[in-house]
Design a protein around this ligand. Structure first.
Ligand code: URA
Length: 250
């Protein structure tokens, strides 16, 4: 990040006002930098070293935000959509100025762990096919998921478009059976993120995913205290763990 930036840009970024509102605030003497009333809201300041106060409150500047969402069904993993509500629509207004976007996509009917941020570099790393960041899903599958499926996934399966997946780790939690109409419950860890990948991997072995939830991405797991649709910021520790994840280092 540049050392100095326009004051109004910094204040707009953290949601204090639009450029014209900030001009008015400065005119009214409400903005103080290092103890001096600001006349020009476009002045250059260093947000790391200059003390900025607005209406007597110190402004805590940050460039990036990192949010964990428990995505509900029925919303799309996008920033805008003509038809559907998006995950960004679920965010509190305080995050709007940061222009966050979802890190990768979950299908409209998939629930669970979704990271949202405005940190493009981290996003690029997490989504890079070269990095093989593991993602673990819980799914209900019709009907009987078997040892043979576990074996097939451990070798990689061929999707409908001919793509050969990397090996995935399948854990069978409960085995269903068709005559009784009991679905299987599984966890699947995959190292890539092709379109509809989990659903298509089961399709490749003749089975149907009827419920899908992401449990984790890289070193971070979904906070069990987050209700569907709820969002919270990553803790400092979680962010450090994520940034230092060994998958992202090479
Ligand atoms: N695999 C899928 O099929 N859907 C998702 O939303 C995520 C992974």
């Amino acid at each position: 990040m540049k050392q100095t930036q326009r004051l109004d840009k910094i204040l707009a970024h953290v949601g204090i006002g639009t450029r014209s509102e900030l001009k008015r605030l400065a005119k009214g003497g409400a903005i103080i930098v290092n103890g001096v009333k600001v006349k020009d809201s476009g002045m250059q300041v260093n947000p790391d070293t200059d003390l900025i106060q607005v209406n007597g409150e110190t402004v805590v500047y940050r460039e990036f935000v990192y949010l964990m969402m428990n995505k509900p069904q029925g919303v799309v993993s996008a920033t805008e959509d003509n038809r559907d509500r998006t995950v960004v629509d679920l965010l509190d207004a305080v995050y709007k100025p940061f222009d966050v976007f979802p890190v990768g996509r979950l299908d409209k009917d998939t629930e669970g762990f979704l990271l949202l941020t405005n940190d493009g570099k981290l996003t690029h790393n997490l989504l890079s096919p070269r990095k093989h960041v593991p993602k673990t899903y819980y799914a209900k599958v019709e009907w009987e998921v078997s040892e043979a499926d576990r074996e097939a996934f451990s070798q990689g399966v061929t999707l409908d478009d001919g793509y050969e997946t990397l090996p995935g780790v399948l854990k069978i939690l409960k085995t269903g059976s068709e005559p009784e109409g009991i679905v299987s419950e599984i966890e699947l860890t995959i190292m890539e993120g092709k379109f509809h990948q989990v659903k298509r991997m089961f399709q490749a072995v003749g089975k149907t995913v009827v419920y899908l939830k992401r449990l984790s991405m890289g070193p971070l797991a979904l906070d069990p205290n987050l209700e569907l649709g709820q969002v919270r910021e990553l803790s400092a520790d979680e962010l450090t763990v994520l940034q230092n994840a060994h998958e992202l280092q090479n």
